[in-house]
Design a protein around this ligand. Sequence first.
Ligand code: GLU
Ligand code: ZN
Length: 296
Amino acid sequence: MPHPPSTYIGRFAPSPSGALHFGSLVAAVGSYLQAKSQQGKWLVRIEDIDPPREIAGASEDILLTLKAYGLIWDDDVIYQSQQSIHYEKVLIKLHQQKLSYACTCTRKLIKQQGGLYLGNCRDKSLTNNDNALRINVSKLAQPITHFYDHLHGDIQLDAQQADEDFIIKRKDGLYAYNLAVSIDDINQGITEIVRGADLLPTTGKQISLYQLLGKQPPSYIHLPLAVTEPGFKLSKQNHALAIDKQKPIATLLKALSFLGHEVPESVDKRSCTTILEWAIQHWQLANVPKQTEIQI
Ligand code: GLU
Ligand code: ZN
């Protein structure tokens, strides 16, 4: 019998600051299986809003790597570098509703005041031109101090951070990650975000934006991070090794095992496709370790 159409839309949103490493593969596999086990869509979005941190050729390489691992996405790949018109529209709306404001404070000044931005420019009505833009979190019904994560349960966020007017556009004109990611997730109709636990602390800011824009936030799952030592995640910045595109099977099995899914002997392990087919059938969020990091 055909499955009823699913309303689930998930995504994988890599930044092209380097090749995919084991940690990003875990996020790709986890988000893929969570979507496909519910007959949902799995979208890929390249988060290329920070040109200084972009590595030439990384976007193409990431997409080739996903294909080599059998992780085939639905619909067209979206590039954040092509979404400026949507970000500008939202910036205008936030400005008109006085939910954001321009800020001229330097990093040095904020550091002198203890490192947390205290809203100095909230009531100054500075012009937007060439200034950073911040969200006025005092316009929220209440600051976002916790949220529900479907793996970890209730997540308590740093109360001081929850009160901080965060940046949505930088002085150098670049859109902030929290702005771009929220607008794209809204525009793509994402129903659930599955990503690494390094992004737990940013989630409050993203939920704040949803509220100010009058949108329902998606549900959240933050997967354990692969670390080499406690507190040291694998990342493009610390030059984690790129995963092998030529011999993907051992690494795919390792990612599944990391996520609590051991593929049995009986499964044909000669192709990523048969392994992923088994994984789609047997994926259970309850088997994923309820940890924010796991040493590998
Ligand atoms: N682009 C972000 C990263 O690579 C992930 C964004 C997200 O999944 O929300 O760390
Ligand atoms: Zn300021």
